[in-house]
Design a binder for this molecule. Structure first.
Ligand code: GDP
Length: 202
């Protein structure tokens, strides 16, 4: 399950520009600031691998990283920029949906959910859309190291996760697998890599 080698392959603006070879791919998506870059860096044990995806002009592209020359981590554009005006918000409904519907090499989509905040409508909408379209999904809760803050109304990760799962279980006969992670403590890192290797079947 170990990641020994990682190689940035390309940034694509459309699904049809993605790499042509049919290697299995693990796609990662979530709201901007969810901790996607940090998680990628923690998975591959390198700093700044995911920087490529953060350089101006590339945040809105599909970024392919080749792992151990045998499978891809695909970094998808973040959605729902908190401080952007509506017009500048990522509409993940356009080309990201095209990617999901046109890549039959997707092994699972890792939908990153920030465990330090209560369930967000955008995340639930995203999960439900993937479910409706039969795209295999794994929930990855991020920032699980965060403690309850002093402010009233702020909940602990465990409570937010429970609420999220309750909402999801109403929609799915068999809810997708989920993994708790932290890029600060590396919680869940090995579980996630094991889960991915089991899904890839090698
Ligand atoms: P991205 O926009 O989804 O790529 O998110 P980043 O990886 O850039 O992280 C956004 C912010 O959340 C940064 O300030 C990170 O330091 C912080 N962050 C990311 N992962 C974790 C985590 O596991 N725990 C904590 N406490 N903070 C995190």
């Amino acid at each position: 399950a170990k990641i020994k080698q990682v190689e940035f392959v390309k940034s694509s603006g459309r699904a049809k520009d993605c790499p042509k070879n049919a290697l299995p791919e693990i796609a990662m998506m979530g709201r901007s600031n969810v901790g996607k870059s940090s998680l990628i860096n923690s998975l591959v044990r390198k700093k700044d691998v995911a920087m490529t995806s953060k350089t101006p002009g590339k945040t809105q592209l599909i970024n392919h990283f080749l792992i151990n020359k045998s499978w891809y981590i695909v970094d998808l554009p973040g959605y729902g920029y908190a401080n952007a005006p509506d017009s500048a918000r990522t509409d993940w409904s356009t080309f990201t949906k095209g990617y999901f519907l046109n890549r039959d090499t997707i092994v699972t989509v890792l939908l990153l959910i920030d465990a330090s905040v209560p369930p967000q409508k955008m995340d639930l909408d995203c999960a439900n859309w993937l479910g409706r379209n039969n795209i295999p999904l794994t929930f990855v809760f991020t920032k699980c190291d965060k403690k309850k803050s002093g402010k009233s109304g702020v909940k602990r990760p465990e409570e937010n996760i429970k609420e999220f799962q309750d909402l999801i279980s109403k929609k799915y006969r068999e809810p997708p697998p989920w993994i708790m992670t932290s890029s600060v403590t590396n919680l869940g890192r090995d579980d996630l890599l094991l889960h991915l290797s089991q899904l890839r079947n090698y």
